[in-house]
Ligand binder design. Structure first.
Ligand code: FAD
Length: 484
């Protein structure tokens, strides 16, 4: 692809979204600079994000497609080679003193999501960037200020020894800034002073704590590796996602008040697990290990952030968690962030200045592209934020409900046997297609209304039929009685 111009694009944050955005910009010939608060993730001493040892994510079509569109030969194959297919949920429980497992496939057409290590994916993207001559990394650089009219930004250099009260600061200029600096984004904070931004943030009552389920003694997985395992608990849940080393990364999601109770009386932790997550202790994690991991691993909050717009003028756009941090229950946070990159560059490419256009013309075109992007993407981001919140109810509770299972069964049957109707479950549209989130929600609501209407008509029909037969039977038996 021919370069736009040698414009300078600075990317703040070298997480998965920032790294992919930098790749898109670099592929278009921009001079790309990436500023990252922490040290290089590929350096073993770097403290991982959230202070957790690892975090396993569900990678699905939107994330995969965005990497496919990055046009980096071999990148996607290398990423996918380090993933484990998860074909469905495995629901764990206990009935009449017996443990049971129940598999619920994600998709009737056999499509699946993939377990991936976030750090592994991030490193792969950084390696790819390292190979590009027009990309420069600035690790240990914290964005501290930005002037989006003059296109100047300031950074604290954290690796330099601190002589005075503050670390040394540098000033840079740029043509275009991409803020991919996560939920507590500094770019968003400064953007708010320029754009009339609407902003909403909410911490949900639930906290999360990570656990590891080691491989069995012979080095194999202790549970089926091709499922996302769930121990639903109505108000809380425990999940397990497979890792490449045959272990599972598990997460306990529990109300903060319940964490506080367990903290006050740690001796109840093992009984709580035995009672509410049957089959976990001691079969998968020993009692001692459970207590150790619970006390050593942090108990972290979950934030939901909505804002609009995602840009200012032609100088800055925010992507990923910086624009729409969401709770993890639809497995879409990173996927949506990677999709932001693809959608942003679809707009930038559509408003690409023609060769030889007037100086400054590229700013005007970029401003239009960013404005269109913001309008288009904010509604989708808000929808997936809401769906992610609602999906917690589905994962921790609805998965065991007969009504949930009936709707899933009907929608899947219609999708297979009457393909012309174009029916699909909301889950499969979100996870296995690139349809806009807002469109998926609209279709799911329409399907829901049709199902309710059909069920109502069916029940009215059944009740009328039964009443009619009862009336006939009553009349007949009267007749028979009289005849007799
Ligand atoms: P981040 O990963 O937060 O990266 C931001 C980067 O910016 C960091 O490297 C940070 O150091 C840097 N930075 C911050 N401030 C500054 C600054 N001032 N200057 C310079 N650099 C800065 N998503 C999924 O798609 N599927 C899942 O299954 C899934 N599961 C999840 C499970 C849990 C428990 C959690 C918590 C999240 C999950 N997510 C999932 C969400 C996913 O982790 C995030 O959406 C994703 O990491 C966001 O990527 P990002 O690049 O936008 O931000």
């Amino acid at each position: 692809m021919a370069p736009y111009t040698q414009q300078k694009t600075v990317v703040i944050g070298a997480g998965p979204v920032g790294a992919l955005a930098a790749l898109y910009a670099a592929r278009r010939g921009d001079a790309v600079e990436i500023y990252e608060l922490r040290d290089d993730l590929r350096n073993p001493s770097t403290i991982p994000l959230n202070f957790t040892k690892s975090i396993n994510l569900a990678l699905s079509e939107r994330g995969i497609n965005s990497m496919r569109q990055a046009q980096c030969p071999g990148l996607l194959d290398a990423v996918l080679a380090e993933t484990i297919p998860m074909h469905g949920r495995m629901i764990h429980g206990e009935e009449h003193g017996k443990l049971y497992e129940q598999s619920q496939t994600y998709d009737v057409r056999g499509r699946f999501i993939r377990a991936i290590d976030r750090a592994g994916l991030n490193k792969r993207l950084l390696d790819e960037l390292e190979r590009m001559p027009n990309v420069t990394f600035y690790f240990n650089h914290k964005l501290t200020g930005a002037d989006f009219n003059r296109r100047i930004a300031w950074f604290e250099q954290r690796s330099k020894p601190v002589a005075g009260p503050r670390p040394p600061e540098i000033e840079i200029n740029f043509d275009f800034m991409i803020g991919a600096d996560g939920a507590h984004s500094a770019v968003r904070f400064h953007l708010m002073k320029y754009a009339r931004m609407t902003y909403q943030q909410e911490y949900i009552e639930t906290l999360w704590c990570e656990f590891r389920i080691d491989p069995s003694l012979d080095g194999t997985f202790r549970l089926s590796p091709n499922h996302l395992h769930i121990w639903p608990g109505q108000e809380f849940m425990f999940i397990a996602i497979p890792s490449m080393d045959s272990s599972f990364t598990s997460t306990l999601f529990l109300p903060a008040s319940h964490f506080a109770e367990l903290d006050r009386s740690p001796s109840t932790l093992v009984d709580f697990f035995k009672d509410r997550f049957p089959g976990v202790v001691p079969d998968l994690i020993s009692e001692a290990d459970l207590v150790k991991q619970y006390s050593e691993n942090p108990h972290l909050p979950l934030i939901n952030i909505k804002c609009a717009p995602f840009h200012y003028s032609s100088s800055v756009a925010i992507l990923g968690d910086a624009a729409h941090a969401m709770v993890p229950f639809y497995g879409q946070g990173m996927n949506a962030g990677l999709e932001d990159v693809r959608v942003l560059y679809d707009f930038l490419d559509a408003y690409r200045p023609s060769p030889g256009s007037m100086p400054g013309g590229s700013d005007g075109m970029r401003e239009r592209a960013l404005s269109e992007f913001s309008k288009f993407r904010t509604s989708d981001a808000h929808v997936i934020n809401d769906l992610a919140l609602r999906n917690y109810q589905e994962m921790r509770s609805d998965v065991t409900s007969p009504i949930y299972k009936l709707r899933k069964w009907i929608e899947e049957k219609i999708s297979i046997h009457v393909p012309l109707l174009g029916w699909a479950t909301q889950y499969s549209r979100i996870s296995f297609t690139n349809e806009r989130y807002s469109e998926v929600e609209r279709k799911a609501q329409r399907q829901g209304r049709i199902l309710i209407r059909s069920m109502t008509m069916l029940s009215v029909g059944l009740v009328s039929g039964v009443s009619w037969w009862a009336w006939r039977w009553g009349n007949n038996s009267g007749t028979v009685g009289r005849l007799a």
